[in-house]
Ligand binder design. Structure first.
Ligand code: PGA
Length: 249
């Protein structure tokens, strides 16, 4: 089944207003290559100004609360993010699972909140280095997929991102065979959970993707795009990844 590639940038806790200038080159590349979807998830403070500055580029958030409102100091809800123009929200990034102790059921509730308010949920999964060394990578990741995804999820609002924790920000990437094996296992698990919707769900690879390795990673079976951290912070580094995706479409 043909799935449009999605190249999504995650700026994490990086960037101030002056950094939005990078979005012009990214928006231009997105318009030049309409056969791929492109999104940038800046810090929440930059969502509204980013939407105003580059209306042609999909802007997303990096997290949302599971509740729509209430006594949750410092948190942001899905309807708040939607109101300021977010299209997507990343949920369950490994940094939040580690730093904020988010569990699979938290992540599932966040994905449900995203859907209730018309946001595409990018649900992240991935094993640690210890888990991979112990031969548990596939069991860990498919377990996360099973427990983090709403069973009524459909391909029009759910994206899964496989991000091995040991590959994030390290310059290390799994072998292409390992990526293929894991993405196939995720696809099979999706079939168990959401049946007929599974073939349409995009599964992104994330972890040290850059302009040099994007073409080969994006060509792997069942790799339907990338979730890009460091290399999404500048147009110079991110545009070649968009181009690599476009060349495969
Ligand atoms: P990285 O981050 O591209 O800097 O490795 C990816 C991510 O954490 O989404």
């Amino acid at each position: 089944m043909a799935r449009r590639k999605l190249i999504a940038g995650n700026w994490k806790m990086n960037g101030h207003l002056d950094h939005l200038r990078e979005l012009h080159g990214i928006e231009k590349a997105a318009k030049t290559h309409p056969q791929v979807d492109v999104a940038i998830c800046p810090p929440a403070t930059l969502i509204a100004p980013a939407v105003a500055r580059v209306p042609g580029l999909a802007i997303g958030a990096q997290d949302c609360h599971a509740a729509d409102k209430g006594a949750h100091t410092g948190c942001l809800s899905a309807p708040m993010l939607k109101e300021v123009g977010a299209h997507h929200v990343i949920v369950g990034h490994s940094e939040r699972r580690a730093d904020q102790g988010e569990t699979d059921s938290d992540v599932k509730a966040k994905a449900e909140a995203a859907h209730r308010h018309g946001l595409t949920a990018i649900v992240c999964v991935g094993e640690t280095e210890e888990e991979r060394d112990a031969g548990q990578a596939e069991a860990v990741v498919t377990g996360q997929v099973s427990a983090s995804l709403p069973s009524d999820a459909t391909a029009d609002w759910l994206v899964v991102a496989y991000e091995p924790v040991w590959a994030i920000g390290t310059g290390r990437v799994p072998t292409l065979d390992d990526v293929a094996t894991m993405h196939a296992a995720i696809r099979a698990t999706l079939s168990d959970i959401i049946g007929d919707e599974a073939p349409g769900v995009r599964i992104l690879y994330g972890g040290s993707m850059n302009g040099d390795n994007a073409a080969e990673l994006l060509a792997v079976d069942n790799v339907d795009g990338g979730l890009v951290g460091g290399a999404s912070l500048s147009a110079d580094k991110f545009v070649p990844i968009i181009e690599a995706g476009a060349a495969l479409a």
